[in-house]
Design a protein around this ligand. Structure first.
Ligand SMILES: [Zn+2]
Length: 265
């Protein structure tokens, strides 16, 4: 069954990625209808009037557009950040029987926002999320809380994490196999819907190794900017610098990188 794969793209850091991102999703995901959300339509003007381009204004624009797409087409909508490089067809993920499917944030119980992940034990990352029919109302609620600045931010991730930890929920583990690799997803039951938080190794974040993942979510700053980031589309991961933040003093990280050892094995 077809579904929408969208990204929000705006600004000089992300604009140059658009073409490669689109080509990649189209070539890997055979049933995806690709749509790039930009900031040049009058619909979005009303949204940015509310948040006045404050931090995470883009989260409101993309969620508004994604909710519009699913409401009009009845097809699942997948948000894929422009800095997330798809490695395998994601249709198996879209077909998982949950209302909302979302990737995992780096940092376990210290993941951003910390005050929520310390309660939940882990964090969700909105760089990759799939909205299905059953989650429309849930995500509309999230959109409302973003719009009214309920949790003092327009960030979808912070609003989702706060919403979950401030309401009744239950978390369980669910083991699955995808392409013969075992994964353990976290299932959150809340408001009569089921949210599947994907095993970190499905949509992998830094440091990225080739372990059968569906997508590489790379922090562009960690790899020294857009131009270097683009190389991760075309070159073998092993031939490129590690994507972690360790030791990047200019980014405020003074730790020593332990990941180099993993590479030399
Ligand atoms: Zn490292």
């Amino acid at each position: 069954m077809s579904y929408y794969a969208t990204t929000f793209c705006s600004g000089s850091k992300y604009e140059p990625i658009k073409e490669k991102w689109e080509d990649r999703v189209k070539s890997k995901c055979k049933n995806a209808i690709v749509k790039i959300i930009t900031n040049n339509n009058s619909n979005n003007d009303n949204i940015v009037l509310i948040n006045n381009y404050a931090y995470a204004w883009w989260d409101m624009v993309r969620l508004h557009n994604n909710l519009e797409i699913i409401s009009e087409t009845n097809k699942p909508v997948v948000n894929i950040d422009s800095d997330l490089i798809i490695e395998k067809d994601i249709e198996q993920l879209v077909n998982l029987n949950y209302d909302l499917i979302i990737s995992t944030e780096i940092g376990n119980n210290n993941a951003f926002p910390k005050e929520c992940s310390q309660i939940l034990g882990f964090g969700v990352c909105t760089g990759f999320y799939i909205i299905k029919q059953g989650a429309i109302n849930f995500m509309k609620n999230i959109y409302e809380s973003m719009k009214t600045n309920k949790y003092n931010t327009y960030s979808d991730q912070v609003n989702i994490m706060n919403y979950i930890t401030n309401n009744n929920y239950k978390v369980t583990n669910a083991e699955i196999f995808l392409d013969d690799i075992k994964y353990i997803n976290k299932i959150i039951e809340i408001d009569n819907i089921k949210i599947c938080v994907l095993d970190f190794n499905i949509i992998i974040r830094d440091p990225i190794m080739n372990i059968g993942q569906f997508g590489n979510h790379i922090n562009i700053d960690n790899v020294d900017g857009t131009e270097n980031f683009l190389k991760y589309f075309d070159n073998d991961l092993e031939s490129l610098p590690l994507t972690c933040r360790c030791g990047k003093v200019h980014l405020g990280d003074n730790s020593i990188c332990k990941h180099i050892e993993l590479r030399n094995k």
